[in-house]
Design a protein. Structure first.
Ligand code: NDP
Length: 288
């Protein structure tokens, strides 16, 4: 029988620790960690993500502000706003909800966010720090995956981890985080040949492609650990992952559900990054 890796349970424990640490930080420094989220346009999925982030921030004692901008907002206007927020000492984390409307260059916007406030961990400088093993704000979904595996005592050292999906936000940073845990890592993408052969050699299979129920039982090794990052909404309105849960769960030793697996961990890691950013900004202001 597969054992579920329950992201809600693990998140609630980590969030309780964050809440405790936040209370102590506020008491000691008189500073409330503050996450500011900018959303451009009114994409319903993005609006839901932003609402969930705000709720999660407030539940652990952070201040949370959402700036909603119309879809026709210009790139220059967004850049000016970010520059102001970079200078605003009362803001510790800045997150621009992606995707942005097509007329705004996402890479340019991410580069405008102060490295110290980039709680998504997407800034090229953070990416460089991650790869160089330097202290940084780690991207939330990949760190959430690692936390979940650690919570369930999944051995990573020396094991073969196969990632499917090479996006900047999930697959690529996961390579580094898994290497840091001494796993042997293979990464696959849409041009990979003999995908099944690779997935079947995985002790740990992490799937982030955005295709509902793509991974079937015959692509998975017996007793593998399967992490499903995918979130796909079917026409029926039901949310499913990239892994065909019912059939793969007959083979996997551990598996994440969708929803309730990696999703809650992503927001939890965002909270952790925001608290770290607030603390780091506070200590750097003291050392000036
Ligand atoms: P992207 O669309 O940016 O990347 C998808 C990746 O999957 C690409 O590297 C693509 O390859 C690869 N891919 C697509 N089709 C195949 C295929 N048939 N075989 C092998 N590889 C394939 O997606 P994201 O990384 O942003 O997101 C992936 C999924 O994870 C989505 O469902 C998203 O909603 C979800 N997600 C969930 C989060 C959470 O918190 N749980 C957070 C972020 C994302 P190529 O590069 O060659 O095109």
């Amino acid at each position: 029988m597969t054992k579920l890796m329950d992201g809600k349970l693990v998140s609630s424990q980590i969030r309780a620790e964050i809440s405790q640490e936040t209370e102590e930080f506020i008491k000691e420094m008189g500073i409330t960690p503050h996450l500011l989220v900018i959303i451009v346009g009114n994409d319903p999925a993005s609006m839901t993500y932003v609402k969930n982030k705000k709720k999660a921030c407030e539940a652990v004692g952070f201040k949370s502000t959402v700036i909603e901008l119309p879809v026709e907002t210009t790139e220059n206007h967004l850049i000016e706003l970010i520059q102001q927020l970079n200078e605003d000492n009362s803001v510790h984390g800045i997150l621009v909800q992606l995707p942005l409307p097509k007329h705004i260059n996402e890479e340019k916007i991410i580069e405008m966010i102060s490295v110290k406030k980039d709680v998504d961990g997407f800034h090229p400088y953070q990416v460089g720090c991650l790869v160089s093993g330097m202290d940084c704000l780690k991207p939330c979904t990949p760190s959430g995956v690692i936390e979940l595996l650690k919570y369930y005592d999944i051995e990573l050292k020396g094991r073969h981890a196969v990632i499917i999906g090479r996006s900047h936000i999930v697959g690529k940073p996961l390579i580094q985080l898994l290497l840091d845990e001494n796993a042997t890592v293979t990464i696959c993408h849409s041009q990979t040949k003999d995908l099944s052969q690779l997935t079947k050699s995985a002790d740990i299979l992490i799937v982030a492609i955005g295709k509902p129920n793509f991974i079937k039982a015959d692509m998975v090794k017996d007793q593998a650990v399967v992490v499903d990052v995918g979130i796909n909404r079917l026409e029926t309105g039901r949310l499913v992952g990239d892994v065909a849960f019912d059939e793969v769960s007959t083979k996997a030793s551990y598996m994440t559900p969708v929803p309730g697996g990696v999703g809650p961990m992503t927001i939890t890691m965002l909270l952790r990054n925001t608290l770290k950013a607030a603390k780091d900004l506070q200590s750097s202001s003291l050392s000036i």
